[in-house]
Design a protein around this ligand. Structure first.
Ligand code: PMV
Length: 360
């Protein structure tokens, strides 16, 4: 599909008001998206586990406006309270998606949103938040165009979510989602995420992700700035090529359930992401001393026990501890005994691989 396919022709149904609610999860990348072109077109393909517990629930009530010649009309409530400072972000999102969902000018929206995880946890809510909002818009579009197929609905929801925040496009479906053109993945696209189309071994079902909250503060460098620093980055081209290669390697790893190779790719991706940050101009560092303590403890535990636990990082200091279902008892005990001490106020979130967003 091409961008033009997402611009609708005239809608077949007219409605005056209604309400829709969606719950959409966060996701954690195994091969990282870092570096982009205009409109969140990724510089390299990525793949993620869709999460389950970390999610945003968003309701959108809509009512036809009498006049809709000037800007967008909406109110925004976050966890029950009106939130003025979130409004510019939504306004920018609406501007970016207007061409694809032109009905948004015609309605007044009341957006009510909340997260399942604490706001101050340092967990980015942009993936779950933008995908939940994109799904609500698609649901309204479906009411105006009832012939919309499920496949088109998912692709366009992912397409819209991408315009809000790149990685949000991987939060529509589960349990593994790939985004970005990769010549060895049929159907892959820079425009939207697709459900991973190849065989995945049983060992990856119910995979666990325990998120250790190392630093709950505001990040010093936003991911927008970080992505931007990949332009003219001396190692950018090699990094982008490496992401393609890692996706190719993962194909046989997923099929065979080869956890040894899986760990090598996933941990290398996490460290490469942070190495790119450290080699940017200006350089920056998002890991904290406790991030490194945790990584070393995981390596020591794996060495001593033969466990398949591993880590990944997103653009921050928190550590995602990944492990298969059949090791959950031992690894969870290890986390409690040895890792929680490095978390801010001992806080962590237990999550696992999930199956995508739901309409409530
Ligand atoms: O979607 P953004 O612009 O917040 O970028 C996300 C980047 C990483 O989380 C670091 C990697 C990824 O693929 O999710």
């Amino acid at each position: 599909m091409i961008e033009h396919d997402f611009i609708p022709e005239r809608y077949s149904v007219l409605i005056d008001e209604g309400k829709t609610t969606w719950r959409s999860p966060s996701n954690i990348a195994l091969v990282k998206y870092w570096g982009k072109k205009e409109n969140q077109i990724p510089a390299n393909p990525s793949i993620s586990f869709t999460l389950d517990a970390c999610a945003t629930t968003t309701s959108v009530s809509f009512k036809k406006r009498d006049h809709f010649d000037e800007g967008f009309s909406f109110e925004l409530f976050f966890e029950g309270k009106e939130k003025e400072d979130f409004k510019p972000k939504i306004n920018t999102f609406f501007k970016r998606v207007e061409k694809y969902v032109p009905f948004i000018k015609e309605f007044h929206f009341t957006i009510e949103t909340s997260n399942s995880f604490p706001h101050s946890s340092g967990i980015a809510s942009s993936a779950s938040g933008m995908s939940a909002l994109a799904l609500c818009l698609m649901d309204i579009e479906k009411k105006l165009r009832p012939e919309t197929t499920q496949d088109f609905f998912n692709k366009k929801a992912s397409f819209l979510a991408r315009l809000g925040s790149g990685s949000a496009c991987r939060s529509i479906e589960g349990d593994l989602v790939q985004w970005g053109n990769h010549k060895e993945t049929d159907g892959s696209s820079d425009l939207y995420g697709i459900k991973y189309p190849y065989q995945v071994h049983e060992v990856f079902k119910n995979y666990h992700d325990t998120i250790l909250l190392v630093d709950k503060g505001q990040k010093q460098v936003s991911s927008t700035v970080g992505h931007d620093l990949m332009h003219n980055h001396p190692f950018a081209e090699n990094r982008f090529a490496q992401a393609h290669e890692n996706l190719t390697k993962l194909k046989s790893v997923f099929k065979a359930g080869n956890l040894y190779e899986f760990i090598k790719i996933v941990e290398s991706e996490a460290l490469t992401l942070h190495a790119m940050m450290m080699m940017s101009d200006p350089y920056f560092l998002l890991m904290k001393p406790n991030t490194l303590e945790i990584i070393n403890k995981i390596w020591a535990f794996r060495e001593a026990s033969g466990s398949n636990v591993c880590f990944t990082l997103d653009a921050g200091a928190n550590v995602h501890v990944l492990y298969p279902e059949k090791e959950k008892t031992e690894v969870y005990q290890f986390i409690k005994d040895e890792l929680v001490v490095y978390c801010e106020n001992g806080q962590y979130l237990c999550d696992r691989i999930g199956y995508g967003a739901n309409k409530l």
